[in-house]
Design a protein around this ligand. Structure first.
Ligand SMILES: Cc1cc2nc3c(=O)[nH]c(=O)nc-3n(C[C@H](O)[C@H](O)[C@H](O)COP(=O)(O)O)c2cc1C
Length: 156
């Protein structure tokens, strides 16, 4: 069964997570929503959809993709994940990121942690992150155990 790994990324962390997932799943294709037009899901048996949280929200591209492909996705095995850094909000952010119909249908839902990559942030982002989190240097908190759980659940 082929797997589509569909994602949006701002600074590359979600893409990094997707590449890690792809390396662990046979017959998977990586699809960056920023670089592609309409996606034909007919040749895929399952899809993993991921994005990252900025100011509490997932990318609009991910929201629109879910909305526009609802009927097909309800016929597929679905995995969902977000990259995020504010652990206290993880559950809330995951619930807000994906609509209820797809969360109820999904086989696997994970928060895979994230990264603050200061070298990729613009001035305002740098200022905000320093102010809100108190962090002023790049840090990687990717939770590889959550990636493994996602892969295991999608491979059952
Ligand atoms: C400007 C900015 C705002 C962010 N806001 C949130 C947030 O509200 N909640 C959260 O959990 N993480 C937040 N993060 C952390 C991102 O989710 C994290 O950096 C993630 O790894 C980004 O992935 P990407 O590079 O694929 O976009 C924020 C990061 C930035 C740079």
């Amino acid at each position: 069964m082929k797997t589509a790994i569909i994602y949006a990324t701002s600074h590359g962390t979600t893409e990094k997570v997707c590449k890690t997932i792809a390396a662990k799943i046979d017959q998977s294709d990586l699809i960056d929503l920023k670089k592609t037009g309409p996606i034909d899901l007919s040749s895929y048996g399952q899809a993993i959809i991921g994005g990252s949280i900025h100011a509490g929200r997932i990318q609009k591209r991910v929201q629109s993709f879910c909305q526009n492909n609802r009927d097909r996705m309800l016929q597929m095995r679905i995995g969902l994940f977000i990259c995020a850094m504010n652990e206290a909000e993880f559950e809330k952010e995951l619930n807000l990121a994906f609509p209820e119909w797809i969360r109820n249908h999904a086989i696997s839902k994970k928060v895979t942690g994230g990264e603050f990559l200061f070298e990729k942030m613009n001035f305002i982002e740098r200022f905000l992150i320093k102010k809100i989190s108190g962090i002023s240097q790049s840090v990687s908190n990717i939770d590889y155990s959550k990636i493994d759980e996602l892969v295991a659940e999608m491979s059952q």
